[in-house]
Unconditional design. Structure first.
Length: 249
């Protein structure tokens, strides 16, 4: 569902992302990790079409982000770290607004909004003003806007940041349900960027680790933690090794 091909992004002489390639299959939930400045958000913005790559390309649900950009964007639901919400709108009005922006057909708009609210546990909040919601429910609204057009791919940037433990648990369950839905519901492929390593262990089956703009790890979580190793140990070891190699070169 996602194929990154030698993606790079340069800002003058600074390489934010350097020759990154990977594939993510249907229904996978992949943890996208790395320290601050590693290139995670830049890579995700390139995949969503918000940021053009300097080199390389990507396919989203078989649509090239350069050759067929509109279809590629329609296949993606994006939850940025800063939620794109309008606090003065009600939940339903906001989701209807987003659905129209994302070209949901008029005849199916109401059912698309109802489905998104149901999957995100927002039915009883439909008439509530977004600005009056708790942080956890605002995060649910953010997820609902990402899935309202029923995309094949979800790209989530820090989806549980700032939530309390109960809210974190609820959002993690929701993400798992989106990747492993009930009969008749869309199965979404998910890339999840986070600084919270236990979150990756709780949700993801595969890990991609970025450091200094490069991909340094791409492996199943089960393989990485085999033998009693922890994800924290792997994170520290691999990023430290990359720092040493960068200084040596």
């Amino acid at each position: 569902m996602i194929e990154a091909r030698h993606l790079s992004k340069h800002y003058g002489e600074i390489a934010a992302v350097r020759d990154v390639s990977f594939q993510v299959g249907r229904g996978e939930v992949v943890g996208f990790l790395g320290p601050n400045g590693a290139g995670k958000t830049t890579t995700m913005r390139m995949l969503t079409g918000f940021l053009p790559p300097s080199d390389g390309t990507a396919l989203i649900a078989e649509h090239d982000i350069f050759g067929d950009p509109i279809a590629a964007r329609r296949a993606v639901g994006y939850l940025p770290e800063t939620l794109p919400l309008y606090p003065e709108m009600s939940v339903r009005t906001y989701l209807e607004f987003v659905a129209r922006i994302k070209d949901v057909p008029r005849g199916g708009l109401r059912s698309s909004v109802e489905r998104a609210m149901e999957r995100c546990g927002l039915e009883h909040m439909a008439r509530r003003v977004i600005g009056a919601l708790s942080r956890g429910f605002r995060q649910r609204v953010g997820l609902a806007q990402a899935i309202v057009h029923d995309p094949a791919v979800l790209i989530l940037d820090e989806p549980t940041v700032g939530l309390d433990p109960l809210q974190v648990r609820e959002i993690r369950k929701l993400i798992r349900d989106l990747a492993s839905p009930q009969a008749g519901q869309t199965q979404h492929t998910v890339i999840l960027s986070t600084h919270i390593l236990p979150e990756v262990e709780a949700i993801c089956r595969r890990v991609i680790l970025m450091s200094r703009g490069r991909k340094v790890v791409d492996a199943p979580l089960e393989e990485l933690v085999r033998g009693g190793r922890t994800l924290d140990e792997i994170f520290v070891r691999e990023t430290a090794r990359d720092d040493v190699e960068a200084e040596a070169s």
